[in-house]
Ligand binder design. Sequence first.
Ligand code: NAP
Length: 372
Amino acid sequence: MVIGGGPAGITAAIRCRNHHLKVLLVEGRKLGGQLNQLYPTKYILDYTSYPEIRAGYLADLMIHHARYDDVAMMEDSIVTSIDREDRYFRVTTGNGNYRVKAVILAIGMGLFEPMKLNIPGEDRFEGRGVAYAVPNMELYRGQSILVVGGGDTAVENAIGLSRVARVTLIHRRGSFRAIESNLEMLERSLVEVIMDTELKEIKGDKNVRKAVLFDSGTKTVSEMEIDGVVINIGFSPNLSLVENAGVENDGAHIIINGPDMHTNVPGIFACGDIVEYSGKARQVLPATGEGVTAAEETYKFIRSPYWVGEKQGGVVVDKEKCVACGACMAICPGVFRADENRRSEVKPGVDLNLPCVDTAIEACPRNAIERN
Ligand code: NAP
């Protein structure tokens, strides 16, 4: 099962199908992930082969590709738990339970919630001028819009909106986080940029009318007439699913230690925005690449390549022979761990049919590990 229908999940599911694995992709909201849910009318400018493509159109192409390859997909179906059941996982969704051999978590920012400023007027005007995403730029035509934030999301939304609206972008510091090419476009756009400025209050009647701004340089407060506010200051992750499945995370992302998209739980792989590792880039292209890797590793896990046959019985480590070199633990960390003398031992209750067990047995310089 692939959980998450964004670029990473869709690509992983297609690759699983190419390997003739039986795959079901489950998406909690709408297929296409953030591309469709947050900014379908925004232009994506860094997807190779399309110098400029609308996010929603790119999502449609990906969904079409998955359908073309007969990937089974289910929308509006929230996964509530993943539990180990013998050699399988029981996945509980809003539309029934499934028993699967492996899971690929491609859940983006989880069932992400946009971060709020928690200022007066923000909740009162949500949906009546206050927004956290721009699903349809056309709704803003001819309006005066204030965009808040200094990352790529805020900068890209400000540039996109400036094609149809009068846009002011404010950022709380003196420098942006966004990528240089976005900042170059911002400079060339009609967006008015105000740095070192915070939004302190949103005022209005039925709809938003005014923003109260605080200039942290001059320490002055001013009011600006506006029709709407787009707040793009990041997202709060919701990792309850990951947490309950026992997948190692830092409260915001799943931690991956190698380039193989393995989580700490054998049989659960992860890819896309939810994943964190050294050198991680949160863009569509690397997410799709990670999706392919996760699918390849899933294939190896499920099918075990032909040179690794079905195994019976257990795996034993001869402590007399073991020289605590750590090779088996590095190769197959899901199965081998160090004992109090740093010698290898087999973790209890783990899947001994993992292909890496045989690789570790072969790699042991003292032939200290055997299947029995
Ligand atoms: P982000 O990079 O985390 O930026 C959030 C921005 O909001 C920061 O500038 C931050 O200010 C500001 N902020 C946070 N809390 C605030 C508060 N209470 N009041 C005022 N400002 C506040 O979030 P994002 O822009 O949504 O991007 C998320 C990730 O997706 C990033 O890795 C980004 O590069 C990536 N992304 C990439 C692309 C692309 O490659 N085309 C497009 C969109 C997103 P400070 O800077 O002062 O902390």
